[in-house]
Ligand binder design. Structure first.
Ligand SMILES: [Zn+2]
Length: 204
């Protein structure tokens, strides 16, 4: 393990643990009760816990390449995202699901330009699920906004796919669950929210 990880852990134990200890002990005994499930990208620059200044126990986080939610497919396959959704929604009973895309997303860039030659086995088929939407949005937006338009389209697709899960659609319909789309600007730190008219607007 690189020393920077151990150094970080030592800082955590020395500086953060003394004041956070009681909180962790309570969480360990009472169990987690996160209010929000977040589907975010694995990108090292878009960490939900940092962006939302969240404490341990608040967020149930699923991260994958390009913050994708595949459609509901109860076919006995090994569906990691769907397993996390099922646990978060049915067992933890979160009241919100957030899909957070981000600027300069390599996964979305792979949809537009093809995945890196070194990653044909899993990255390419994974990103292909949103490629048509990403490309259509990029073309409609024009060169200047192509990337961000594609990133927004992927968030919209993931939100649409969340609604193919019957137990998500049902809870959204009766008000137990809210779905939110977000886009985080890595370069400017601005969070934009998917609102009416399927447009993203900066959070006031
Ligand atoms: Zn990304």
């Amino acid at each position: 393990m690189p020393h920077s990880l151990f150094d970080g852990y030592r800082r955590f134990r020395l500086e953060r643990w003394p004041e956070a200890r009681a909180e962790y002990e309570t969480l360990a005994q009472a169990g987690q009760k996160p209010h929000t499930l977040i589907v975010a990208c694995s990108d090292s620059r878009a960490d939900p816990a940092l962006i939302f200044d969240a404490k341990p126990g608040e967020l149930f986080v699923v991260r994958n390449v390009a913050n994708l939610v595949p459609p509901y497919e109860p076919d006995g396959g090994l569906h990691g995202v769907s397993a996390a959704l099922e646990f978060g929604v049915k067992a933890l009973e979160v009241s919100r699901i957030v899909v957070m895309g981000h600027a300069r997303c390599g996964g979305v860039a792979a949809m537009l330009k093809g995945s890196p030659d070194s990653c044909p086995d899993f990255v390419q088929p994974w990103v292909e699920q949103a490629q048509p939407n990403a490309r259509a949005a990029a073309e409609a937006a024009g060169e200047d906004r192509a990337e961000s338009a594609a990133e927004e389209a992927v968030v919209r697709q993931s939100i649409d796919n969340l609604r193919t899960f019957p137990w998500i659609a049902e809870r959204e319909a009766d008000g137990r669950l809210a779905l939110t789309g977000l886009h985080f600007g890595i370069g400017d730190g601005v969070l934009r929210v998917l609102g009416k008219g399927a447009k993203f607007k900066p959070l006031a």
